[in-house]
Ligand binder design. Structure first.
Ligand SMILES: [Zn+2]
Length: 103
């Protein structure tokens, strides 16, 4: 299990990441919490060289990827610096953060 929490619309099946009272696709109320499978495709990726905190300050920087999960939701995750747009990845949650790795 990925541990990646999503919400799914019970009416149209649309998935999204953060809690909303209404479905962003069809405005139906009563979404249900679901867990993503974790498989996805890199939509965008960057390397952060100026870390916002000392813990993140690593010599070669660290990667941040926007990943479109197979369920359709797009999430942001820490990532290896060698990822590129279009790569298949696996996303999982750890300590409240999301991490992407090559599938
Ligand atoms: Zn909907």
């Amino acid at each position: 299990m990925s541990g990646v929490a999503l919400f799914r619309c019970r009416s149209c099946g649309h998935h999204w990441q953060f809690r909303r009272a209404l479905c962003p696709a069809c405005a139906e109320a009563d979404p249900e919490p679901v867990e993503a499978e974790g498989h996805g495709t890199v939509w965008s990726v960057t390397v952060v060289h100026r870390a916002p905190t000392p813990e993140l300050d690593v010599p070669s920087g660290y990667g941040i990827a926007l990943v479109t999960l197979d369920e359709g939701a797009r999430v942001m995750a820490r990532a290896p610096t060698e990822l590129a747009t279009g790569m298949r990845v696996l996303v999982h949650a750890r300590d409240g953060l999301l991490f992407a790795s090559r599938a």
